[in-house]
Design a protein around this ligand. Structure first.
Ligand SMILES: Cc1ncc(COP(=O)(O)O)c(C=O)c1O
Length: 412
């Protein structure tokens, strides 16, 4: 998919619009599979939360992926997209026992990350196999908001609580069939993975009926040409070796699972927005687009830096711009970026817009959420309509009878 294809999509479907390249998703899936080809049984469970459009889920299912889900609604989407319940893992955090039971009744693999729910679920459903999410107390991740495996994190069962965990398992006679960790996102250093994996192997020795070990995700992807990224090939070599050794020690071949989100969809996504205004101030040239952090919140939320290019004028002279949105708060996509000369009406393309972009979009400022388009086998397919004013009103209850204008008082 090239810039001309993107421009044609903006013309045909309008902007703002998200565009996803199925070929890039496929090549990332194949790349990770190849990196772990030395493992007897590998399972990639796509992290639905990154991009949950049902057509993307169908593509993942087609590729042979499983699904990682964090809510019962994501489980239902996965089932609607054709995933078998047994290829879905449900890894919630801080949800009610009722929601976990609802997901369990749908037949998916349950992953529990706290002792309170483990004890309650195990007492009521000792026959349901359960995976446990371990917190290995490893500080990893590109930013504090996405570092989730450290000692102060709310995620997972602490490795220091293993004796308590074992007591619960023993007393309830529940069956632990998997162990899991996810220490953060944007982890560059593969030694962090390897170090945390050793903790997981040590923990695994406590459980006799394991079928899989899930190493979570957190692969860092490049945001521009030449950018740093996790070396998954190197990780593949090293972890495969250690995993196979561990399976030998354990006495059984286990499945090695990952649950990548960003790695599979980040680079496949392009967000296209039209320039409304070019505004020269005393210090800066702003390009204001017909969008804002209601559509692409990651730069404002945790400083992610999306490469921005002017696909309407790819050969224009480069100038410095601050690209901003229309939200009435600080709403900056990128400051002091060198971009081919921008005119009002041009279409800007934001890279790495596949993961955590549409799924984090909102109607803030009563704006519509954009359309989504899948580029598949050389053609553009609409996979979500742009919202309309009806969507803004949906579910609102207009309590107008409460606010009838006061009746005029007539003087006697
Ligand atoms: C439990 C779990 N698994 C997988 C992921 C996916 O992480 P990433 O998008 O970095 O691959 C996340 C992301 O927050 C997560 O919380």
């Amino acid at each position: 998919m090239n810039s001309q294809n993107l421009l044609n999509i903006a013309k045909k479907f309008g902007a703002p619009v998200y565009v996803y390249d199925a070929e890039k998703i496929t090549s990332q899936f194949n790349r990770l599979t190849k990196a772990f080809k030395g493992v007897g049984s590998l399972r990639l469970n796509y992290a639905t939360k990154a991009l949950s459009n049902i057509s993307i889920l169908r593509l993942m299912n087609n590729l042979g992926s499983g699904l990682d889900t964090v809510s019962v609604q994501e489980v239902k989407l996965g089932l609607m997209a054709g995933f078998k319940p047994e290829s879905i893992i449900y890894t919630p955090n801080g949800v009610s026992l009722e929601e976990i039971e609802e997901a369990s009744a749908l037949g998916v693999q349950i992953n529990i990350d706290n002792l309170s729910i483990l004890e309650q679920f195990g007492s009521k459903h000792p026959d349901v196999p359960v995976c446990i999410r371990i917190n290995p107390h490893v500080m990893a991740g590109g930013n504090s908001n996405i570092s989730v495996g450290h000692i102060d994190s709310k995620f997972g069962i602490s490795i220091h609580q293993i004796p308590h965990l074992l007591r619960i398992v023993d007393l309830t006679q529940m069956n632990i069939n998997g162990i899991h960790m996810h220490t953060g996102s944007d982890i560059l250093d593969i030694d962090v993975f390897l170090y945390a994996s050793e903790i997981l192997f040590e923990t695994a020795k406590n459980f006799k009926n394991l079928e899989f070990i899930d190493f979570g995700s957190g692969f860092k992807v490049p945001y521009k040409a030449g950018d740093i990224e996790t070396n998954v090939e190197e990780l593949g070599k090293k972890l495969t070796k250690r995993f196979n050794e561990f399976c030998n020690e354990y006495g059984r071949e286990l499945t090695l699972a990952f649950e990548p989100g960003k790695f599979l969809v980040s680079e496949a996504g392009h967000f296209l927005a039209k320039v409304n205004v070019v505004k020269q101030t005393t210090s800066t040239v702003f390009a204001s687009v017909d969008s804002g952090f209601n559509h692409l919140i990651r730069p404002m939320l945790y400083g992610s830096s999306h490469e921005i290019s002017n696909i309407s004028n790819p050969n224009g002279k480069e100038r410095y711009y601050s690209v901003v949105g229309y939200i009435c708060e600080t709403d900056t996509f990128g400051s002091n970026r060198r971009i081919n000369e921008i005119s009002e009406g041009d279409i800007l393309s934001f890279k790495n817009a596949g993961a955590y972009c549409f799924t984090m979009a909102s109607n803030y400022n009563s704006r519509y959420r954009p359309a989504e388009v899948l580029w598949y086998k050389g053609k553009a397919h609409l996979i979500r309509e742009r919202e309309t004013f009806d969507d803004i009103l949906r579910n609102q209850v207009d309590a107008k009878e409460l606010f009838e204008p006061p009746k005029k008082v007539v003087a006697k």
